[in-house]
Write a protein that binds this ligand. Sequence first.
Ligand code: GUN
Length: 287
Amino acid sequence: MTHILDGKMVAAKVKKEVAETLKANGLHASLAVVLVGDDPASHIYVEHKNKDCEECGVFCRTHWMDGNFKQDFVANYVQSLARNNDIDGILVQLPLPEHMNAAKVLAEIPPEKDVDCFTTANIGRLYSGDAFLKPCTPAGVMRLLDEYGIPLSGKHCVVIGRSNVVGKPMAQLLLDENATVTVCHSKTENLRDICRSADVLIAAAGNPGLVTRDMVKDGAVIVDVGMNRNADGKLCGDCTREAYEVSRFYTPVPGGVGPMTRAMLMQNVMMAAANRRGLDLNYKGEN
Ligand code: GUN
């Protein structure tokens, strides 16, 4: 019998916690979102972030910039947000237009306002066991697994995907919980057998249908981070329906990891705001 890991439900719980914690502490948190250009998907993501902020009582302002602007202009603008004492968190929506070097723009975000955990300083802290703001998707997966009491200590967790945003930090957070972690990627040989030995299989390859039934151990937990469109234009993950069916728990797409990512962003904005004011929130997700 398989069950879903209901990211929508847990995300609503996290956002409620954030709203209540902000209120209880009289904390006013604010997020600046920088959106460059007209990428339709980015516009939708940013709308969602605005809505999440509204739900949590976080002040959010989107700074839209023309996609033809020069990289230096955008970088200088981010620098001005960095200096603005009223702003707790800065998020530069990716992808940036092709003529821009994203790393150069992101480098203007100070670590204490880096709610995506994209800066070198915050990534370094994460990998040295001193995480401050954690990357939203991996942190969301961890919270979801925790909510459902999925044991990780000593378990074999297989992560498919080695991106800086999901695969690598995911592996680190699992290691921090004493899991035995294998990271697989497009060059991995014998992917099927490695996946078959996973107690927890985290698919973050961005490849629809990659994980099939024969790659999943009976009763394993599947976390599907994939966010793809199938031939009919419908949203789907990296795993087939048949793969989900042999699992004990799986995250649906949509309604699994996606809402958790958004909820963890709200948590990070709150943490950044508290940190900047030297406030100890005594909050569950606090490091
Ligand atoms: N584009 C798609 N997902 C994300 C995200 O989580 N953060 C940022 N900054 N850009 C994105």
